[in-house]
Design a protein around this ligand. Structure first.
Ligand code: GRF
Length: 204
């Protein structure tokens, strides 16, 4: 079975979308672990309810929390195939990124390479998009490298925002699109359809 570790910091609607696609048989994968930097958040509560192993990560050893080094060992032992950042707000340490090169993906709620980078998360992104008067927004799934929102783009989805009246309205439309995009990208990984060629990512 293709094994996922999903990193979260908030309400976990993308995690729920993944689990829902697995349950309905559209995604042949297993969420083997959920990791958060927060002990209490919607995503962690959901993971516990679903009997998914949930871990809290911290940079330094602290009580029952796991360090990135411990998670690295654990994921290697468990043969985790893909790490999915789904609303994880902390920067992943470089050593961890290197250890899972091309095996960590992130979903960003805008069309990268615009509206990304440090501080561009949550409503900040949608506010910037709204203020730019852009007519389309969307979501991007990309590989994670050492720089925020910088890795190669794997797939994107667009939404028409020509008539929206608030950043919140954009957020709502984009989130719905994210729930379609992320399980689709994961499924392409499961079926080994993501290929690197000419320094670009292709879906074969
Ligand atoms: C999503 O908009 C995602 O793109 C961003 O953080 C948000 C997480 O939402 N990285 P949720 O916790 O999955 O509901």
């Amino acid at each position: 079975m293709f094994k996922l570790a999903v990193f979260v910091s908030g309400r976990g609607s993308n995690l729920k979308a993944i689990v829902s696609q697995i349950k309905s048989g559209n995604l042949t994968a297993e969420v083997a672990a959920v990791v958060s930097n927060k002990e209490n958040c919607g995503a962690i509560e959901f993971a516990k309810k679903e009997n998914i192993s949930a871990y809290v990560v911290s940079e330094n050893k602290e009580g029952t929390k796991k360090t990135y080094k411990e998670l690295l060992e654990l994921f290697k032992q468990q043969n985790i195939n893909l790490i999915v950042l789904a609303g994880f707000l902390k920067k992943i340490p470089n050593d961890f990124v290197k250890a899972f090169q091309d095996k960590i993906i992130n979903i960003h709620p805008a069309l990268l390479p615009s509206f990304g980078g440090k501080g561009m998360y949550g409503i900040n992104v949608h506010r910037a998009v709204f203020n730019s008067s852009a007519k389309v927004s969307g979501a991007t799934v990309h590989f994670v490298d050492e720089i925020y929102d910088n890795g190669k783009i794997i797939d994107q989805i667009c939404v028409d925002i020509s008539n929206v009246e608030s950043p919140e309205e954009i957020a709502e439309k984009v989130l719905k699109a994210e729930h379609e995009l992320l399980p689709r990208v994961i499924s392409n990984f499961v079926h080994n359809k993501i290929k690197l060629k000419n320094n670009r990512v292709y879906l074969s």
